[in-house]
Design a protein around this ligand. Structure first.
Ligand SMILES: [Fe+2]
Ligand SMILES: [Fe+2]
Length: 196
């Protein structure tokens, strides 16, 4: 790999809290493991996992500025939800700051919060790696860990259901791409079931 991982880790250490820096390293490790399990490039998975939250602790205004400046297509609900800005900003930041051009790595960072329909294997790995990393301890995390290593599509459907439910619970807005992602994996699940 041409990228300087040490430089990236140094940047993360200097710009994130200890807790989030540890989370980033854990997600990177988890993504590498998932990549090995599912035949994806483990170095790219590690890289995307490592960098996924790079902009999470920037001031909100800066995150939003980067998200808008990125030129990536962003739906209205994302712009109305502060907690989602860091993903769009992050993809743009690693492109401009570290020169990462790999579109799959960029999209894995970009969509790690909202997801979308038809995610690539790498995008799925980063989405799930973020949910099941070693530092996660929510109620059903062990169940989520187990299905992430047994059936990728099932795990994605479970993750989207979880995401939609928690947004509704908090009275938030469902980004269109999240709804599309949920529908995509629901259809996939139905198709798989009808083949059995
Ligand atoms: Fe994040
Ligand atoms: Fe994260």
């Amino acid at each position: 790999m041409l990228y300087d991982l040490m430089e990236m880790k140094k940047y993360l250490k200097e710009n994130l809290s200890q807790k989030r820096y540890t989370h980033s390293l854990n997600v990177a490790d988890e993504c590498r493991k998932l990549a090995l399990k599912y035949g994806e490039d483990s170095e790219r998975a590690y890289l995307a996992g490592l960098l996924h939250d790079i902009c999470k602790e920037l001031p909100d205004t800066e995150q939003k500025r980067l998200a808008v400046e990125s030129g990536f297509s962003v739906c209205r609900e994302e712009l109305e939800t502060k907690s989602l800005w860091h993903a769009i900003a992050g993809a743009y930041f690693i492109k401009t700051h570290f020169g990462i051009e790999d579109i799959d790595v960029l999209n894995s960072v970009r969509f790690h919060t909202v997801g979308r329909a038809g995610m690539t294997r790498l995008e799925e790995i980063v989405y799930l790696g973020d949910l099941i990393s070693a530092d996660r301890d929510y109620k059903d995390v062990d169940k989520m860990r187990k299905i992430s290593y047994t059936n990728l599509n099932e795990a994605m459907l479970e993750a989207f259901s979880f995401a939609v439910k928690s947004v509704v619970k908090k009275g938030g807005l469902i980004p269109i791409c999240t709804a599309e992602g949920y529908n995509f994996y629901t259809r996939l699940h139905r198709e798989e079931k009808s083949k059995k």
